[in-house]
Write a protein that binds this ligand. Structure first.
Ligand code: HAM
Length: 416
């Protein structure tokens, strides 16, 4: 037997109703907030991601599925959507007229991580991106959209952590003092963080190593280095969130694992998830358009991991399964009458009823069993006797009441 690749999963029919429920929530909320769907290819030229996410991030360094195709081009399976979406906006001139662009996406993403609960190598995200506004109102709209989704999903126990990375200028000043602090404490840091000190010191802030966490408790925080612009931006975000009664916690060490962020960054966490507790995250990325060769365009967005959301919903024990998989099961014990059974089934399907017929030439008894298995609300029995009178038997599977009805009257039946 050949199995799926480690860290990937089949989504089987038994769980599809949960996926569809979640996807419907995403689509509805996106529509309500004016976000339109964008779909890009699953793979891109590698530089789309290496130039944007950052050379010294885990994603680019260790986790990308990169290969050389037969034409010698370096290709990468998308590890996230934001960079590819920006590439698509630039390439298709979607931002030509300077209007705000509100876009959303749902799809599979690929990261070569160590698989564990809530962490896969092929996983799925929903995300939304607001392009064209440098203002905190856009950050807040994105957070309100995320908030609406979480509410509609029925998730109550979660935390929204926010922080600011400020302007480039604020970050520069902060980095200088952070590097000096890290150098003073170098001996106490993990090997990985010692290396990062030179290449990407901000990433030491969200190191998972116990040693680093201890050291970083005394590290300087960016909130003390904000210039006026950064302070005002963050202040307005907080005020507007508070005005909408959105609960949040300020986490000054939150930097996120991608390099393109500035100003507001945030993460949604749930204790139901264990070690991989972030079920969503995002932030502002005003520099990314220019980085990918476009004209500068401010933007902010977020993405949520669908598998992690489903894990949270699993814990809430709410089922989104359809109780009845079928409205009517057409039972026919004689293959010579298949044409009649089919035309009755088609007549009912044209009324948008969900109809199943037997395609295995089974006995009437097993067809009845099957109609129970499908939890059909009705069955229609097609048999010689009734057909001589141009009629069939309609059985209400709940009350077991049977009535003979004329085939010509089937169209008028009200079975909804
Ligand atoms: P991210 O934090 O890397 O951000 O991913 C967003 C979410 O995707 C995570 O919070 C998590 O729920 C889910 N996720 C990530 N990796 C995995 C994995 N290996 N297995 C299962 N779920 C996973 C981004 O991707 C940014 N593009 C978000 C963004 C949009 N920022 C601005 N706009």
């Amino acid at each position: 037997m050949i199995n799926t690749v480690r860290g990937t999963k089949d989504i089987i029919p038994a769980s599809i109703s949960d996926w569809q429920f979640v996807e419907n929530v995403f689509r509805n909320a996106s529509k309500i907030y004016g976000y339109k769907e964008l779909r890009t290819p699953i793979f891109e030229k590698t530089e789309v991601f290496s130039r944007s996410i950052g050379d010294d991030t885990d994603i680019v360094n260790k986790e990308m599925y990169t290969f050389t195709d037969k034409g010698g081009e370096s290709i990468t399976l998308r590890p996230e959507q934001t960079a590819a979406l920006v590439r698509a906006v630039i390439q298709n001139s979607l931002d030509r007229d300077g209007a705000n662009l509100r876009l959303f996406y749902i799809g599979p993403y690929f990261r070569y991580e160590r698989p564990q609960k809530g962490r896969l190598r092929q996983f799925h995200q929903y995300g939304a991106e607001s392009i064209g506004s440098p203002n905190p109102e856009a950050d807040v709209e994105i957070l309100l959209l995320a908030n609406k989704i979480i509410k509609e999903l029925g998730i109550k126990e979660y935390k929204l952590l926010i922080n600011t990375l400020g302007t480039e200028n604020s970050r520069k000043n902060y980095k200088t003092s952070l590097i000096s602090f890290l150098n003073d404490n170098k001996e106490l840091l993990s090997e990985e963080s010692k290396m990062r000190l030179d290449t990407n010191p901000l990433r030491v802030l969200d190191s998972k190593s116990e040693k680093d966490i201890e050291v970083m408790k005394n590290a300087p925080i960016i909130l003390d280095y904000l210039d006026e612009d950064s302070f005002n931006h963050f202040d307005t975000v907080k005020k507007l969130l508070t005005a909408e009664a959105v609960d949040f916690t300020i986490q000054p060490r939150l930097v996120r694992g991608l390099d393109y962020y500035c100003h507001t960054v945030f993460e949604f966490q749930s204790s139901a998830l264990g070690a991989q507790d972030a079920f969503g995250g995002g932030g502002r990325y005003d520099g990314l358009f220019a980085q990918l060769g476009g004209k500068p365009n401010p933007a902010v967005g977020f993405a949520m991991g669908i598998e992690r959301i489903l894990l949270i919903l699993e814990g809430l024990n709410v089922s989104h399964k359809d109780e009845n998989e079928c409205d009517i099961y057409v039972i026919c014990g004689n293959p010579d009458l298949s044409a009649k059974a089919n035309s009755i089934a088609e007549m009912l399907r044209n009324k948008n009823l969900r109809v199943i017929t037997d395609i295995n030439r089974r006995s009437m008894k097993s067809q009845f069993k099957e109609s129970n298995r499908f939890k059909a609300r009705y069955s229609i029995i097609v048999a010689e006797d009734e057909l001589t009178r141009n009629s069939v038997i309609l059985k209400n599977m709940l009350t077991t009441e049977q009535t003979e009805i004329e085939i010509s009257k089937i169209n008028e039946l009200d079975l909804n």
